[in-house]
Write a protein that binds this ligand. Structure first.
Ligand code: CO
Length: 216
């Protein structure tokens, strides 16, 4: 017995529609992928990466996790980053958060939720770093949304600190890291204006020297 028939029906219609609009689409795509962008977004079901930016299969390399975090010890995220930068040679990395993120809101509280608390600890660290911005005048919603924005900016910097990205920059590869935030209330994106595209913008303590690269 096939379960979830409605999803298979949807799939059939979707594949037929794409083929009708662009014959041989899947056949051509099966030969290679050549995306220009890596998208790092939240797992939230209301933030569908390709749809938001109107890109087709093959155009966006995607990594999603709860609250769009880039943790340098996360093998999963680092592997995606390495493959995207070194093999696919994407030109842009987009960290896209969203207002009203449940992960971020939860990180602002003290309730116990199990394993996820360890993951969300990373967001508490972002809060502590910018604690002075969280004045008493802010409503709960404002506090969450401010931390959503700060969290995106922090992850952009986190990506810039990796040897993967710095090696690319040092070898002359064109690569920019962007921080965006999406509103689930109106479907629109906002650029947070944190675009990093060279090692000079990385705090010196995190810089990887180019001479070390040459010795390898
Ligand atoms: Co979220």
């Amino acid at each position: 017995m096939k379960l979830l028939n409605e999803l298979f029906d949807n799939n059939q219609r979707w594949a037929e529609r794409i083929e009708a609009e662009s014959p041989d689409f899947f056949e051509q795509l099966s030969k290679q992928q050549n995306p220009q962008y890596l998208w790092i977004g939240c797992s939230d079901s209301r933030v569908p990466a390709n749809d938001i930016v109107g890109l087709l299969p093959g155009e966006l390399f995607v990594h999603r996790n709860v609250a769009n975090l880039v943790v340098h010890t996360d093998m999963n995220c680092m592997s995606v980053l390495q493959y995207a930068v070194e093999v696919l040679k994407v030109k842009h990395i987009i960290v896209c958060g969203h207002y009203g993120c449940g992960g971020v809101a939860t990180a602002l509280g003290n309730e116990k939720h199990g394993l996820i608390d360890t993951w969300l600890r990373n967001i508490k660290d972002v809060y502590v770093k910018h604690q002075a911005c969280f004045t008493d005048q802010l409503s709960e919603e404002d506090r969450t949304n401010l931390l959503c924005e700060l969290n995106v900016i922090e992850q952009v910097h986190s990506i810039s600190k990796t040897t993967i990205v710095q090696d690319a920059w040092n070898s002359g590869q064109k690569l920019a890291i962007h921080g965006w935030i999406y509103s689930i209330k109106n479907g629109l994106l906002k650029d947070l204006n944190v675009c990093l595209d060279s090692s000079e913008e990385v705090d010196p303590i995190y810089r990887v020297s180019t001479s070390d690269n040459a010795q390898r």
